[in-house]
Design a protein around this ligand. Structure first.
Ligand SMILES: [Zn+2]
Length: 683
């Protein structure tokens, strides 16, 4: 199940369903054809066979402490910081009235309102008042559902998540999707696990919730009691939620139904009132992604008192808005989500937070300005050529697979042939003409932008699929594969040094961006992506024996990662990270093959900086994953992130690739290569 279109205003809102390169969320430097790697970043005293992450990144790791306002610092964050500086220039110029385009006006006004600290402080909690008033007068369960729908329309998602998205089994149409949600902590497990660290986080979460109720005007005792109510309610929702591993099975999140069937299964809850209030009196067929969860939500609507619901909704509303309100809210939210959960030392400066809000709310308007200034056609051409070569290498690799039958191979080729590639930015920009943004209240701008986005999403119903739509903004330093569109997307933001260099040494580009392209392409064939066919439909195209042989290989990858123990007694969850690990291994292998093929008729210098072509490829790959992470962030990632920690994304694939040991002449004892029995080769 992909839930990329859930529009949720929380710190942890992320592109959960798109399988991307990194977790979370400029001019090309002129380079000669000789540019290689950042050899200054390497620790050449380290043994590449023993610790390739240190060998490739040692000096960089030493020279780059994590900035105080970050929970981790990686090659991607380097680019993100540079992008933020560029976007700041753009937004400041737009705020001064430079640039007459609609996008410049929108970004300028939005930015100016976000930087107007005096007005934001003066407003305090006032922007929440209209919604709080609606919550306060709820008289029955029907009104409760109406108010919940009203909050959903504002991008606040209490009780469950709602979005319109492609029907996973009929990808030519959009349908409404109702999914589990409604929690304040990052995952259900935070409510249910009983180790000391998780218990401590729960205590601190309650302190945060208490703090927020205080800011909403409740007396200390009342605020504390309210926090207990929120905790009890969310714990009940958590118990009914699927785990992150269970959510990786797309069939587990697909249950087509309609209103009369839902009403029949839950006679007491007035679901029609919810849909009516959304403006969707006739929702038609929809995906009740998590029926057991929604059944529990229905039981709760009946059994939890209205007073308790009001407490929960007030918290949901305040939490979703806290990062954009006055400093008391912002600091309270940062203290829990930034410091406690992620280990970040300092709040980001206001300008960065405002840019991230604009990116979230009206990101393509900013993208239009960004691309005009910072993205040239050269990068697009270079990446397209790599994509072509990598697709060919993938095809070649499939043709040679011993474990897959010809019947399944034919279907795999079909999927590869129909796969769409998007690079840089959308062909047509999102139309924001009906969105009113002015230099007045920041909170009012955000509220209107949220409504605009909800409406944009809702009005997709009944329309043809928008193949032009992008799930990330052009300035995003990331990439994704979307299974129901069968497309991979590389925003302009990721196509910059140190991740991509126009005209650079091909070995470096293939090791870095090439492996990223291979990674996204492999997502079409990982344990999740392989369940979707060439048209993006969730429909098996595998013969049973092929499927069995594939799953055996997935199990072997899971086992490899289960063994890694990055911190405390916490291990990587092999099942949670399987898709990304398969993509990392496959991506690196096919990128290397594509590099070799692309160099067949192009003579290369044998060595640059004392490194051969293959050595440079591997070092570039390891450098793309260079990163430092705070302990708290690492613990949270191990619980919630489908990507393995960066170091393991480098060293684990190498242990399955004889090509690496050959390249660095790691022989015998020195070789990190696994014995044949535990080595995995999927794609
Ligand atoms: Zn990925």
């Amino acid at each position: 199940m992909k839930t990329k279109n859930i529009f949720k205003r929380s710190l942890l809102a992320s592109l959960v369903g798109l399988t991307c390169v990194v977790n979370l969320a400029m001019a090309q430097t002129a380079t000669s054809n000789q540019l290689v790697l950042e050899s200054m970043a390497m620790d050449k005293k380290a043994d590449p066979c023993k610790d390739f992450f240190q060998y490739s990144n040692g000096e960089w790791l030493k020279a780059n402490p994590i900035p105080a306002d970050r929970a981790r610092y990686s090659a991607y964050d380097e680019v993100t910081e540079r992008n933020l500086a560029a976007l700041k220039q753009i937004a400041e110029a737009a705020a001064k009235g430079e640039g007459k385009s609609r996008s410049a006006q929108l970004v300028g006004a939005f930015y100016a309102s976000g930087m107007n600290e005096a007005l934001i402080e003066k407003e305090g909690a006032k922007p929440l008042e209209p919604q709080l008033a609606k919550i306060n007068v709820i008289k029955d369960s029907q009104q409760l559902l109406t108010v919940i729908a009203g909050l959903h329309k504002q991008g606040v998602m209490p009780l469950f998540n709602f979005a319109v998205d492609q029907d996973a089994k009929n990808t030519t149409r959009y349908i409404p999707q109702i999914m589990q949600g409604g929690l304040g902590l990052p995952d259900r497990d935070y409510y249910l696990k009983n180790d000391a660290k998780t218990k401590d986080i729960r205590i601190k979460y309650q302190t945060y919730v208490t703090h927020i109720f205080g800011l909403l005007g409740d007396a200390p005792d009342q605020a504390k009691r309210n926090a207990a109510v929120v905790m009890a309610l969310e714990t009940r929702l958590a118990k009914a939620s699927l785990t992150k591993v269970e959510l990786r099975d797309p069939q587990a999140s697909y249950h087509l139904t309609d209103l009369s069937a839902l009403q029949k299964s839950d006679k007491k809850t007035d679901w029609a009132a919810y849909f009516n209030a959304l403006g969707l009196a006739q929702p038609g067929q929809f995906n009740l992604a998590h029926p057991k969860f929604i059944a529990e939500a229905g039981r709760m609507v009946q059994s939890v008192s209205l007073d308790q619901w009001k407490i929960y909704l007030r918290m949901q509303l305040a939490n979703a808005n806290a990062r954009d309100l006055s400093a008391d809210f912002v600091n309270a939210k940062f203290d829990f989500y930034g410091k406690t959960l992620a280990g970040t030392k300092e709040l980001q400066p206001r300008w960065k937070r405002v840019l991230s809000t604009i990116d979230n709310m009206a990101g393509e308007a900013m993208g239009e300005l960004y691309v005009a200034k910072f993205f040239g056609p050269e990068a697009k051409a270079g990446v397209l050529e790599m994509v072509g070569n990598i697709k060919l290498a993938m095809r070649d690799s499939i043709s040679k697979l011993e474990w897959m039958s010809d019947t399944t191979k034919q279907q795999a080729y079909k999927k590869l042939d129909t796969l769409i590639v998007k690079i840089g930015y959308p062909d047509t920009w999102r139309d924001y003409s009906s969105l009113q943004i002015d230099t007045g209240s920041y909170a009012a701008n955000i509220a209107r932008a949220s409504e605009f986005e909800f409406k944009r999403n809702l009005t997709k119903l009944g329309k043809p699929i928008d193949r032009n739509e992008w799930g990330m903004t052009p300035q995003t330093v990331n990439a994704y594969y979307n299974p129901t569109m069968n497309e991979m997307v590389f925003p302009a933001g990721i196509l910059q040094p140190p991740l991509y260099h126009v005209n650079a040494d091909p070995a470096a580009n293939y090791g870095n961006t090439g492996a990223t392209i291979g990674h996204e392409l492999t997502h079409a064939f990982d344990d999740e992506g392989r369940q979707y066919d060439a048209e993006g439909n969730l429909k098996s195209w595998w013969t049973k024996p092929d499927e069995k042989r594939f799953l055996l290989r997935v199990k072997a990858i899971e086992k490899q990662f289960d063994e890694f123990n990055p911190i405390d007694k916490l291990h990587i969850n092999g099942k949670l990270t399987a898709g990304e690990n398969i993509a990392d291994l496959g991506g690196m292998k096919i990128a290397l093959q594509a590099l070799h093929k692309s160099l067949e008729h192009k003579p290369q210098a044998k060595e640059i900086d004392g490194l051969t072509v293959d050595q440079r490829f591997f070092v570039a790959n390891a450098q793309s994953f260079r990163s430092l992470v705070r302990d708290e962030m690492l613990r949270m990632s191990l619980a919630t992130d489908p990507h393995s920690p960066d170091k393991y994304r480098v060293i684990a694939p190498l242990a399955n690739m004889p090509e690496f040991s050959d390249a660095f002449q790691c022989k015998g004892e020195r070789s990190p290569l696994r014995p044949t029995a535990t080595r995995v080769n999927i794609w």
